[in-house]
Design a protein around this ligand. Structure first.
Ligand code: FE2
Ligand code: FE2
Length: 394
C-alpha cells in the first residue's frame, strides 16, 4: 500500500520554508508520492494577485524539483469557485483507491480544522500531519474525538523558517533581494516575468491596480495620477511620488467591505468607531494597508495620501492635499461644481481642498446624511487657516 502526502497552499511564491517542510514530510511519513497542490480560491480568503495560477504552478515546479516522488497537482486551479480540501482528497482517492493519505496542514490551520468543509470525512480519509511554526504544543480542536485526535500527528524535528510568502512579496515589492529564500530557478522565473515588481514606476503601479479594479476605475486612477503630477509640479511637491500615489489611491476600492475591514485590522490600524457608519471611505484606509503589506510601500507620504484621499483630516500635508484635490478634479470627474474647484486649484491648494469638503458637507446635508468626522475636522481647520491668511493679506 502506498503512502501519499498532500501539501496544499497558495505558494505565492513557494519558498525555502515550503521546500523544507516537503522534505521533512517525505522522510517522516515515508511517502511514496507527495502531491503539491497550489490552492484555487480559498473560501473567505482574499483573491490572489501579483501572479497567475499558471505562474504559481510554474514556480512550484521550480521549487519542488529536488525529489522524484513529488508531483504538482493543479486540480484545484482547474475548478471554478472555492477550493475545498475534501474535493481534492476525494479526487485522489479515486485515482489511488488503496493508498494511505497524509494531509499536511499548518498548526494555525489545524486549530480551525473543525471549520473546514466536511472535516470529519477528511479525518476518515486521511491522517492530518501538523506543520509546526514554532515549539508550542499543538492546538487540536475540541470537536475532535479520541480517534480523530489519534489521526493527528505532529511533524517532528522540523525547524520551521520564520518567513512567509506575504513577507517575500512585500520585500520584493520594496526592492529587496529575496533570492536567499527561493530556489535559483524560481528567482529566475520571477525576474523574467517581472512578478511582484517593485511599485516604483507608473507602469508597475498600473499593473498592480489593474488586477484589483475594473477598467473604469483603472481609467479614473490614471486620470488622477496625471492631475496629481501636474498639481505636484505647481505646488512644489514630489511629482514622481504624486504620479504613483494618484495611480494607487483607489487600489482597494472594489474589494468587498468586509475584506477592507480585515485588511485594516491585519495592518494594525483597525477601523475606528467613528468609521463604522461610513463604509464608503473604508477603501482609503484599506488601500494604505494593502499597499504597505502587499505592495511593499513604506513611504509615509504615499501611504498618508492614500489613507486620507477620501476624508481628509486635520493636519493634512500639502502632498496629501494634492492627491485629495487631484482625485476630485481629474478629467473624468463630472460633479456640478467641478469646474469651480478646478479654478480654485489654479490659485490656492488650501482653498480648493476647503471648497471640496464644503461642497460635500452641503451635499450630505441635502441628503440628510453625515460627513465623516475627519472631513469635518479638516474643514474646520482649513476655515481657520484661510481666515487667518485672508486677514493677514489686508
Ligand atoms: Fe477613493
Ligand atoms: Fe478616486
Amino acid at each position: 500500500m502506498k503512502n501519499i502526502g498532500i501539501f496544499g497552499g497558495s505558494f505565492h511564491p513557494p519558498h525555502e520554508g515550503h521546500a523544507r517542510a516537503a522534505k521533512a514530510f517525505l522522510e517522516q511519513m515515508e511517502l511514496d508520492l507527495l502531491y503539491i497542490v497550489p490552492a484555487g480560491k480559498s473560501p473567505g480568503k482574499r483573491r490572489l494577485f501579483g501572479a497567475t495560477s499558471a505562474d504559481r504552478v510554474a514556480m512550484c515546479g521550480r521549487t519542488f524539483c529536488f525529489d522524484r516522488r513529488i508531483r504538482i497537482l493543479n486540480f484545484e486551479l482547474q475548478r471554478a469557485g472555492d477550493s475545498h480540501t475534501i474535493d481534492t482528497l476525494l479526487h485522489l482517492r479515486q485515482t489511488h483507491p488503496d493508498a494511505s493519505f497524509y494531509l499536511l496542514v499548518g498548526t494555525d490551520q489545524l486549530a480551525q480544522f473543525d471549520q473546514w468543509k466536511s472535516w470529519e470525512t477528511i479525518l476518515d480519509l486521511a491522517t492530518v500531519v501538523a506543520l509546526p511554526r514554532d515549539a508550542s504544543p499543538l492546538h487540536i480542536p475540541k470537536a475532535f474525538n479520541l480517534r480523530q485526535q489519534q489521526h493527528t500527528i505532529r511533524l517532528r524535528s522540523f525547524r520551521p523558517l520564520q518567513i512567509s510568502s506575504t513577507q517575500l512579496r512585500a520585500c520584493r515589492r520594496g526592492g529587496a533581494d529575496i533570492s536567499g529564500w527561493i530556489t535559483e530557478a524560481t528567482n529566475a522565473y520571477i525576474q523574467t516575468k517581472n512578478l511582484y515588481a517593485p511599485l516604483t514606476s507608473h507602469r508597475a503601479c498600473k499593473a498592480f491596480v489593474a488586477e484589483l479594479v475594473d477598467p473604469k476605475r483603472l481609467y479614473h486612477s490614471e486620470c488622477v495620477a496625471e492631475t496629481a503630477f501636474d498639481l505636484a509640479c505647481k505646488y512644489g511637491q514630489n511629482e514622481h511620488k504624486a504620479l504613483l500615489a494618484g495611480m494607487l489611491h483607489d487600489c482597494a476600492k472594489q474589494l468587498p467591505p468586509e475584506e477592507q475591514r480585515q485588511l485594516c485590522a491585519q495592518y494594525g490600524k483597525p477601523l475606528r468607531g467613528i468609521d463604522d457608519g461610513f463604509p464608503q471611505v473604508w477603501h482609503a484606509f484599506a488601500g494604505e494597508a494593502l499597499l504597505s503589506m502587499e505592495g511593499g510601500i513604506s513611504d509615509p507620504a504615499i501611504l498618508g495620501a492614500v489613507r486620507w484621499h477620501t476624508t481628509g483630516h486635520a493636519g493634512m500635508t500639502a502632498f496629501e492635499k494634492v492627491i485629495f484635490v487631484a482625485d476630485m478634479t481629474s478629467v473624468d470627474r463630472k460633479f456640478p461644481d467641478v469646474q469651480t474647484v478646478r479654478d480654485f486649484v489654479q490659485t490656492d491648494l488650501d482653498d480648493a481642498t476647503r471648497y471640496i469638503i464644503g461642497y460635500f458637507i452641503r451635499e450630505k446635508k441635502r441628503e440628510d446624511t453625515l460627513m465623516h468626522p475627519d472631513g469635518l475636522a479638516c474643514y474646520a481647520e482649513l476655515e481657520k487657516m484661510i481666515t487667518i491668511k485672508d486677514n493677514t493679506a489686508f
